[in-house]
Design a protein around this ligand. Structure first.
Ligand code: DAH
Length: 336
């Protein structure tokens, strides 16, 4: 019995419960109705008198040590809780961390990708740091074309010639150089122009380029593809119209308007009372471009188009200042 008394004494000294529940469990385990010390006392009663004399004091000491120790532990926890030292409650619901949202430009770009993905277009990427060949020469820009001018293009170095791409049409060239038709691709990406920042212009923005090259690709297919796109993006009632235009890399070329989705074509501030909104440029890939990229223009034809992601996002969401997309003000971004 003496060794049991010593074991329990050691156990009590080693115990470091940190919650009121653990202190209570210790108390019940030692001094409760069927606690270990209570049982010892019961056993003690059955002992012959000479043993009782020897063990009475150690047993009594154990009992008062246990009572004192448990009281001390209870008081310590109570005072810690009162001062907040142990008020960390791991079961409490956490403070809600604010969720981020997808950027409106990323959402629109993803939507454009999805719309074309559904009709068999792949998504391709090209470098932002480009050379004259891929941005201008292969795309049939004459050497003295104003778009090459310092006022538009950020030139990085002359030798090797590097510049920041001014449009994603450069990716067309890269795809055609490495892949034989049929080609059906869209190329989203960032482009750069040396422009003052305003509500309608920025020195960096985003475009999505489209390219379809195969045998017998026609202007009618271009028009139908763009009608499909406009209806998916702006609603099933959307109409489109094509106006003749000029780009060095397409012949013939057109600019595409969609019917204004804000006034339903009746005329409002956004469409400047015309009922139409310009959304992209397009055309049949110029035979010179196919040739420059190693594709035989007698065998193949193609169409291409290019649109500004910011422009589409402004029209879809009714945003009237381009700069809002780049300020990353969460009050703006949370609205999408
Ligand atoms: N690259 C033109 C721009 O940046 C957009 C464009 C127009 C792309 C017509 C095309 C196209 O592929 O056919 O303004």
């Amino acid at each position: 019995m003496l060794s049991r008394i010593q074991t329990l004494l050691a156990e009590l000294k080693a115990a470091t419960p940190t919650t009121p529940e653990a202190v209570e469990a210790l108390r019940v385990g030692m001094l409760g109705r069927s606690g270990q010390i209570t049982k010892l006392i019961d056993d003690f009663r059955e002992l012959p008198p000479e043993q009782k004399r020897a063990l009475g004091k150690p047993l009594n000491d154990l009992k008062s040590f246990a009572q004192g120790r448990i009281k001390e532990l209870q008081e310590k926890l109570q005072s810690e809780q009162a001062t907040g030292a142990a008020s960390l409650d791991l079961t409490r619901t956490a403070i809600r961390a604010p969720f981020g949202t997808r950027h409106p430009l990323a959402k629109i770009q993803r939507e454009i990708e999805d719309i074309f993905y559904r009709i068999g277009f792949t998504v391709e990427q090209g470098p932002e740091l480009e050379d004259d060949w891929h941005v201008f020469s292969a795309l049939n820009f004459p050497p003295d074309h104003p778009a090459r001018d310092m006022q538009d293009t950020f030139f990085i170095s002359a030798n090797p010639d590097t510049l920041l791409r001014t449009h994603t049409s450069s990716v067309q060239v890269r795809i055609m150089e490495r892949q034989k038709p049929p080609i059906r691709a869209i190329c989203p990406g960032r482009v750069f122009r040396n422009e003052d920042i305003s509500a309608r212009a920025h020195c960096q923005f985003h475009q999505v380029e489209g390219l379809y090259v195969d045998r017998g690709v026609s202007f009618a297919q271009l028009k139908q593809t763009l009608l499909y796109f406009a209806r998916e993006m702006f609603g099933a009632d959307t109409k489109i119209r094509l106006r003749p235009s000029f780009f060095p890399f397409t012949e013939p070329s057109a600019e595409v308007d969609v019917s204004c989705n804000l006034c339903g074509g009746k005329g409002c501030n956004v469409c400047k009372h015309t009922g139409w909104l310009e959304i992209l440029g397009c055309g049949m890939v110029d035979p010179n471009v196919l040739q420059a990229c190693g594709i035989d223009p007698l065998e193949y034809s193609g169409f291409a188009f290019g649109m500004g992601v910011e422009r589409i996002a402004m029209l879809r969401y009714g945003v009237n200042d381009l700069r809002l997309f780049f300020e990353n003000d969460t009050r703006f971004l949370q609205q999408f």
